[in-house]
Ligand binder design. Sequence first.
Ligand SMILES: C[S@@+](CC[C@H](N)C(=O)[O-])C[C@H]1O[C@@H](n2cnc3c(N)ncnc32)[C@H](O)[C@@H]1O
Length: 546
Amino acid sequence: MVSQGACIICLSPALQKCSGCQNVHYCSKEHQKQDWKQHKFQCTPARVKEDEKLGRYLEATRDIKAGDILLKEKPLITGPTQVTPPVCLGCYKLLEEGKTVTCELCGWPFCSQDCTARKEHEPECHYTEKRGEKVNITTFGAPHPNYQCITVLRCLYQRDHDEKLWAKLQALQSHCDDRRDTDKWNNDKKMVAEFIWNFFKLEGVFSEEEIMKCCGILQINGHEVPLLEPEYVALFDRISMVEHNCRANCNKSFTSNGDIILVAGVNIPSGSHISVCYTDPMWGTEARRHHLADSKFFECSCERCSDVTELGTMYSAIKCKKKNCKGYLLPETFILPILHKTKNPNPENRNLDNKFWKCETCKDSVSDAIIQQLLQDIGRELSIMPKEDPEACERFIGHCGSYLHPSHFYMTDVSMALAQMIGQEVEQGLAMVTDDRLLLKTQLCRKITDLLEILAPAETRLRGTLLFEMHAAIAETGRRQSLIDGPMTLLGYVSESRRILSEAARLLRHEPPELPEGRLSRQAKINLLQMDDLIKSLSAALPSPL
Ligand SMILES: C[S@@+](CC[C@H](N)C(=O)[O-])C[C@H]1O[C@@H](n2cnc3c(N)ncnc32)[C@H](O)[C@@H]1O
């Protein structure tokens, strides 16, 4: 049905809508053209909606294709993370002792004179000048308490300096009631609010409520931007409306200049909710749900959390130990109330309230306490495992495989590390790897990418990285096989490797060169050209059909 609205330019009745976002009406092409200069900044194929459970969220206004960019936004506010060694307050590069310049007005250290003049620095410069005494940072390389309040202070500054920006910030979710009296709240009160009052002499200027609300806005909506080490924090406007889903349909990424982009990971039909995963989709359901409850104050009940088999993957399943049984144990549900435990988290009572895990085959049941103990022991084993050691990974998989489902999150975690490690131990790379290990690398990459497609199809960075690894393993297998079967065998392998590489390149195409995935994306483009040349010359050498 065609809906009628009012033309955004002349307010006369209008049937035509912007085809990009379907959000605004126009009475004529002329008025649409006239509005474009303004509208292009808001034209996204998503509209803000609201419901009781989610609050505001975004809904697709048209069919969106996998790989499409839905939104691109500049940050409202940026700043250092709360716990950080001294970083440049202009560009967020880590500062090194003896290599800094200080702002003439306030004394905060920077990486360059240019950075002292950046607009982002105005708030702390303004309040330091007013305080009447310059800042003197003398220790570098370790977390510095003076930085804990900077990003909050930058938000607060907008109250008296940029009314529109302040209104946008204040409209973001802060969960003040849920946060009150948590450990994080008490820490913020001491390290941020009291610091702002005492150090900057701003008691009476900013109330506890205002400061703690800004802390909450940053906690709930802040994005850690991974373009630098350490990361910095950014707040965005529309992207803050995107809801969480453990099997999200979108993925966020950043451009080199710090803008955020929201990319569709799968085809999204018109009318669907737009989602990203706020937590690590490779964690088990209990860990994901607890993390979301602790940090974002909601209990996830998405399709993945609601299904104990995690969409048939058995991602949290434990092997049944009953004699001759080949089944797996799972709890009745993972959807148990946990928010009541977030105020005073006690590791002792963070377990599932499920009393038993049941075997789907023999119907035997095992108490939750035993399962939690097993998971804790395996988690401990994992945490002390030597890093970068493929043998240790293989030992873990061999040993824990008798307790866990082959796709269990711990098994997947180690398999993923192993898949990437094989071929990276020595400079010569995959050429030095044994045939068995090469086969194992291909098998692990294939298994995990298949799993990811089910569990987290929008997790394109991880899938792209594993596909890149897989293309290399297949090309090397082809090279070896062609030494036995002759050069024509190579063509099949190279074609298969190219197909996988082109999928990796597609998945990684929005990643910036500052990230490892962006560098892989660049390498993938180079490899694709080389493969095309190789395929051409191999095809040319094929005997022509009689
Ligand atoms: C970044 S904000 C998203 C926008 C927010 N709904 C609003 O109205 O401002 C994150 C908050 O949205 C809510 N939320 C997001 N995804 C949710 C989900 N899957 N289930 C329940 N609440 C969710 C939670 O309150 C969470 O702390």
